[in-house]
Design a protein around this ligand. Structure first.
Ligand code: NAP
Length: 288
């Protein structure tokens, strides 16, 4: 598998391999139990990007041989109604993974809805229970998909993390914070930066690994980087632009993910993989 081209880290070959593994596991589960792994997605409202993301998720399920069910609730849905729907899916033995599409309308308490997803079915890694397991380095939960995908890319490129300085820019619950936890579990020395960090460029300059999860196009500049560092760009801004200024950073970094085609393809592959792992665990199939 070629995972790099010059110093560009290519997400697609790594994501394809994970998808193939998820597909094989799904086939094994069906063969052994007659039950297909199943992902249930819930979308509240009419956000056009959310509809696109849901479609992409269902297409990937199909590709991996995973059954998918979709529940679309209207804009006026209350927290109680959403909680009731997710609770019902949590109790359904034929549903192995549950994903609530973000964002939900303002009147809905998203956290209350997330927290009724059983940890065993939280394949998107959004619940407190999943986060705590990840942070405490314990099994039984799933990490958030994009950070897990970044770890997958680093592993595919055989980047050694032990003892290395990692700087994560961004502290969101789905990206920056879980990323920091996963890097810590790999024995990196981790610094988390955010909008109040003073003199960000000098902090970034200390890093052997920089993960950008900021949401500002072309934010990280080449002259902030230590020569030879590894740069992972989680950013996905309108117009397919990352959070890293690729032009100035690529000549300085030893490895760098482009946008598109770097971190992006990993997220859905990890989601599919985690759905099949959740199904295998719920169906008491070990070792597949
Ligand atoms: P978010 O919730 O908006 O968080 C952004 C983080 O960046 C916050 O912690 C914020 O700090 C920090 N930040 C903002 N301005 C900054 C500045 N000037 N200096 C330093 N830090 C700053 O965004 P997110 O959901 O984590 O997403 C981050 C990026 O990843 C976006 O481009 C998003 O599109 C992308 N993304 C990609 C995928 C994928 O599948 N590839 C999935 C999810 C997200 P404060 O906490 O202080 O506000």
């Amino acid at each position: 598998m070629t995972t790099t081209q010059n110093n560009r880290v290519l997400g697609k070959p790594v994501a394809d391999k994970i998808m193939a593994e998820a597909g094989e596991r799904a086939a094994q589960i069906i063969k052994q139990t007659g039950i297909a792994p199943c992902l249930a997605t819930v979308l509240v409202g009419e956000d056009p990007s959310s509809h696109t993301y849901i479609r992409m998720k269902h297409n990937r399920c199909k590709q991996a041989g995973i059954e998918s069910r979709h529940f679309h609730l209207d804009d006026s849905t209350t927290t109680e109604q959403l909680v009731a729907k997710i609770t019902e899916l949590g109790a359904d033995e034929l549903v192995h993974g549950i994903l609530l599409q973000h964002p939900v309308p303002d009147q809905v308490d998203e956290r209350a809805a997330f927290e009724v997803i059983p940890v065993s079915k939280d394949v998107d890694g959004v619940t407190y229970g999943s986060f705590a397991r990840m942070w405490f380095d314990e099994s039984g939960g799933f990490p958030s998909c994009t950070p897990a995908g970044i770890i997958g890319l680093l592993d595919a490129c055989e980047v050694s993390l032990k003892g290395k300085r990692a700087v994560v820019i961004g502290r969101s619950p789905i990206l920056g914070k879980p990323m920091a936890g996963l890097l810590l579990a790999r024995h990196a020395t981790v610094t988390i930066c955010h909008s109040r960090t003073e003199d960000l460029p000098s902090v970034v300059r200390e890093a052997d690994l920089v993960v950008a999860a900021v949401g500002i196009p072309n934010f990280v500049k080449g002259d902030w980087l230590k020569p030879g560092c590894v740069v992972m760009d989680a950013g996905y801004n309108p117009g397919n632009v990352g959070d890293v200024d690729f032009e100035s950073c690529a000549p300085v970094a030893s490895l760098i993910t482009p946008v598109p085609g770097g971190v992006g393809p990993m997220t859905l592959a990890v989601l599919m993989n985690q759905t099949t792992l959740a199904a295998a665990a719920q169906l008491n199939l070990s070792g597949i």
